[in-house]
Ligand binder design. Structure first.
Ligand code: UN1
Length: 481
């Protein structure tokens, strides 16, 4: 296979090589080194933040049409290359080729959506309490936005943070996850190819502990949008408070999928299997708790076991593969530890072992933890792998109570044919998103995304609601007597 190398960092419109690099390895085939990515250091954060601040004066004055044209062109350029980028995505992250291409197309559509949103920036005109005074409420760019993204959606998550940031007139300093610098580098190149003004978009691949930390502490960054783990999110929020930055955090999930006895069971099996295991379960929206009504529990579990053990795990790029590898050695080790500890605690575990296939990769059999209650470790902690706990509930009320009994609150699903159950569930679920007869993972890009409790902090991402974080409100009073 050909090796691809990222060109370095993009700061102030210049590609800057760096001596320090990290290898980008294919998790389906550890002998496949995809390339080497340059590694930014904390000094580069200063350079990028300065460039972003200098560029802001002009960029915030661009017309909505200029920004719309740029974002539309970026979306079209991504779309035109969706097979190639999707292939790179599957190769570096390990989701299947179909998932990689699908994610790339979604990233393109996100840019095209925000191209249009740039044209819809408006405000309010409100009558004052005083005579001959008008009040205007307008939205302005928040300033320089620092964007820190995870490895599990190498192009879609960068897209849904970068596109609204630029659409609303902000400049960007973007740090992708170290494990997936390839797609991020392609995205940076595409933005540059569309002649984005120097400094309006800066690309800083590098480690979170140094580069991400320096970004959140930097007084020249006005807002940080982060997707990643709860512990890192908590650290970033504390650091952001020290410099009074606006912050938006998308973190973990322990998303329940409730299956009621009145559900279409074929559909419910599909929702559980897709939600729990597709994209190797490496989604914060994954269904990691399958809560099944007691009267159908045994029959449902028998079918779920058959569907789970029938999944084809393999090389992300092979057409027959349904479940690609785990992303890295560390993640695999962590997943296997959960499986090992569950077995040691006497849990009935189906699957979960490391798989040896033709190629040396991080393959793991999808795991079901059967007969567990909602207090066990595998029901509480986000594993972030192809692993799901199956929990029995006596009736709807208990299922709802179990669904809400978690420190997370991202997405909650129910499979039911009862309008009453569906309605009650939507109203009483303590989550940011609910799904009826749909998997918990796999969301639309034009509506808000986010959760409650430990899952999210700050305003929502995506759709029109992204304006809440990406802009700041100004109230202007004018007297003309
Ligand atoms: C999806 O389920 O379609 O990190 C998106 C994540 C989420 C994105 C999930 N922020 O998994």
């Amino acid at each position: 296979m050909t090796m691809s190398f990222t060109k370095g960092l993009l700061i102030d419109g210049q590609w800057l090589p760096r001596d320090k690099t990290v290898e980008n390895i294919n998790p389906s085939d550890l002998s496949d080194v995809i390339g080497r990515a340059a590694c930014a250091g904390p000094g580069d954060v200063d350079l990028a933040v300065d460039a972003a601040n200098r560029a802001l004066a002009d960029w915030r004055q661009t017309t909505p049409q200029q920004r719309a044209d740029l974002l539309e062109a970026v979306g079209n350029a991504i779309l035109a290359r969706k097979e190639e980028i999707g292939h790179l995505l599957a190769r570096e992250e390990g989701k299947t080729l179909a998932e990689g291409i699908g994610e790339t197309a979604r990233a393109a559509q996100i840019f095209k959506f925000y191209a249009q949103e740039a044209l819809r920036i408006g405000g309010e005109l409100v009558a004052s309490l005083r005579p001959n005074v008008d009040i205007e409420i307008t939205r302005e760019p928040v300033g320089v936005v620092g964007i820190i993204t995870p490895w599990n959606f190498p192009i879609a998550i960068p897209a849904w943070k970068i596109a609204p940031a630029l659409a609303y007139g902000n400049t960007v300093v973007f740090k992708p996850a170290e494990l997936v610098p390839g797609c991020a580098g392609v995205l940076a190149q595409i933005l540059e190819d569309q002649d984005i003004p120097a400094g309006a978009f800066n690309f800083l691949p590098g480690p979170g502990r140094s580069v991400g930390q320096a970004m959140v502490e930097h007084p020249g960054i006005d807002a940080i949008s982060f997707t990643g783990s709860v512990p890192v999110g908590r650290r970033l929020a504390a650091a952001a408070a020290a410099t009074m930055k606006k912050i938006q955090l998308e973190m973990g999930g322990k998303n329940p999928m409730v299956v009621m006895a009145d559900a279409d069971l074929d559909l419910a099996i599909d929702c559980c299997v897709q939600g729990a295991f597709y994209s190797t379960g490496q989604r914060c929206t994954a269904s990691s708790r399958l809560i099944v009504e007691a009267s159908i529990h045994d029959e449902f579990v028998a079918r779920l076991k058959a569907a789970t053990t029938g999944l084809r795990v393999g090389d992300a790029l092979a057409p027959e593969t349904q479940i690609g590898p785990v992303v890295s050695a560390d993640q695999l080790e962590s997943n296997l530890r959960y499986v090992h500890n569950a077995k040691a605690d006497g849990v009935d575990v189906i699957g979960g072992d490391r798989l040896t296939l033709g190629k040396d990769g991080f393959f793991q059999q999808p795991a079901l933890f059967l007969g567990v209650d909602n207090q066990q470790t595998v029901s509480r902690e986000e594993i972030f792998g192809p692993c799901a706990a199956v929990i029995k509930a006596q009736d709807f009320d208990e299922a709802l109570q179990l669904a809400n009994d978690t420190e997370f609150g991202l997405c909650a699903g129910i499979c039911t044919s009862s309008l009453k159950h569906a309605r009650e569930f939507k109203r009483r679920s303590m989550s940011g998103m609910t799904m009826v007869n749909l998997p918990t993972a796999g969301v639309d890009y034009h509506v808000p995304f986010g959760g409650r409790k430990g899952s999210s902090y700050g305003p929502r991402e995506q759709g029109r609601y992204a304006a809440e974080f990406m802009t700041t409100v100004k109230t202007s009073y004018t007297f003309a007597g």
